[in-house]
Design a protein around this ligand. Structure first.
Ligand code: SF4
Length: 463
């Protein structure tokens, strides 16, 4: 499945020597959350210096380009471009100068009332520099009165939707860093320890790269204010109703991360185990199980371990294709599937195979993979999806196709099976996942159930 895109990843460093360099490494580990742009802002005795650009982290930051980003505090961002475009002004962290002092924000998520707020702020004289929903937060802070924390709290009382944030505020010669998670806790944000300092990241895999210790996930509605050698924890005044994104476990996060306090790899293996249990109950006979690389592999391993079916690779992914999947022309996308996945005929010829993928979005990629496997000689293909049918778009920070492009919103199980060209097809149910994983709170599952935790008032920030 490749049609859903995480929009952003964020990383922050506090009291860390060469904080911009550590942030650069952290963003490398979060590159899967956004490949279209990257940025870092560092603070040195209250003075901000930053660099943002289009492309991968390695393309934006060349040798020597971090040298002038001095200081022991930094925040960074990787972005996947959406309808707002990816020009420099739409990249993050967003940085503004105001009479209240410089402020900068790195945001993972999407605000669902940003357009209404923007219209209100513009009517009051605010001048926006981008189409980013994130900029609304800075304008609200600039208008608010009080200490940096009071201004941030007041601003966040007005916004709705998904926001995991890292916020820099200049306060005289000092910089304050705040880490915030919205009251639903849609997107992950983890806290780590790095020697005498602290680091924050969308996923704990970023801590592994730099040798930091994972401390914990921020709670929904939690605000951390970093001061001198430590931090204080507080809560937003908004009602906390946890709804972390279930798709972070299923697809978006890296399997080597701990997200929402669970190992993503173990979660995905568990989902594969459920699929195997259901097939065993149905008496399915097959010769092997394989996963669609890379994201279907952990669930396929779980399926194999539960069922006893041998695990085979079946498809080999070419990791060096880059971003051909974002090319706008259909014929190039068709081509990209073939050059990304190459089947292993010796493993597949004459075999009845179980193929595990993490989701079917439009169905077009699955259809091509089924055709590749048949061409390689697979006799029977039983496609198993380690998620429920994706029926509705996300408004909380994931770039999804519209409902009329989501195959499960438009076709029934039998029609989808025919469309993709499988011999059989089965999904998990939302109940299957909750029963197996027993999450500590209700999660957001709106792209499967259409039960949206926050009403999506404004679909686009563009006026
Ligand atoms: Fe996650 Fe789906 Fe909810 Fe979006 S709608 S936050 S992708 S579960």
């Amino acid at each position: 499945m490749k049609a859903l895109k995480e929009k952003c990843g964020i990383f922050g460093a506090w009291n860390v020597p060469e904080a911009a360099h550590i942030t650069y490494l952290g963003l490398f580990a979060l590159q899967h959350r956004g490949q279209e742009g990257a940025g870092i802002i560092a603070s040195d005795h209250g003075r901000f210096r930053g660099r943002r650009g289009e492309g991968l982290v390695s393309q934006v930051f060349k040798k020597g380009s971090l040298e002038d980003l001095k200081g022991e505090r930094a925040i960074g961002h990787v972005r996947y471009s959406t309808a707002g475009g990816n020009s420099l002004k739409n990249l993050q962290p967003v940085w503004v100068e105001s009479s209240n002092g410089d402020m900068a924000v790195a945001h993972n998520g999407t605000l669902t009332n940003a357009l209404s707020l923007r219209r209100e702020l513009e009517a009051e004289g605010s001048v926006f520099h981008s189409y980013l929903d994130t900029e609304v937060i800075l304008h609200l802070m600039a208008k608010a009165k009080g200490s940096p924390k009071e201004r941030l709290m007041k601003a966040l009382e007005r916004v709705e939707g998904a926001f995991s944030l890292l916020v820099f505020v200049r306060d005289g010669e000092k910089t304050r860093l705040f880490a915030v998670k919205d009251p639903h806790g849609f997107r992950p944000l983890a806290l780590g320890r790095w020697n005498q300092g602290f680091v924050l990241a969308s996923e704990s895999c970023a801590f592994d790269l730099i040798g930091a210790n994972f401390l914990r996930e921020l709670e929904p509605g939690e605000v951390l204010e970093f001061k001198d050698a430590g931090f204080e924890s507080d809560r937003l005044s908004l009602k906390v109703t946890p709804a972390p994104c279930i798709f972070e476990w299923i697809y978006f996060s890296r399997p080597d991360s701990f997200v929402f306090n669970q190992s993503v790899y173990e979660v995905r293996k568990s989902l594969g185990e459920i699929l195997a249990e259901k097939d065993q109950q149905q008496g399915l006979k097959a010769d092997l199980v394989m996963g669609v690389p890379d994201s279907g592999i952990p669930a396929a391993i779980g399926y194999s371990q539960k069922s006893g079916l041998p695990f085979e690779m079946g498809l080999i992914r070419n990791h060096y294709i880059g971003r051909t999947f974002i090319q706008p022309h259909q014929e190039i996308r068709d081509f990209s599937v073939k050059i990304k996945q190459n089947p292993l005929p010796n493993s597949l010829r004459g075999k009845s195979i179980v193929v595990v993928d993490d989701s079917i979005v439009r169905g077009t990629t699955s259809k091509k993979i089924m055709a590749l496997l048949r061409e390689a000689g697979a006799a029977q293909i039983h496609l198993r999806v380690s998620a429920p049918p994706t029926k509705a778009p996300c408004y909380y920070g994931i770039d999804t196709p519209t409902k009329n492009q989501l195959i499960a919103a438009n076709l029934n199980l039998s029609q989808i099976t025919d469309f993709v060209g499988a011999d059989s097809l089965a999904y998990l149910s939302v109940e299957d996942i909750y029963q197996k994983l027993k999450p500590s709170s209700k999660m957001c599952d709106a792209c499967f159930t259409e039960n949206y935790p926050v009403e999506p008032k404004d679909i686009s920030i563009r006026p």
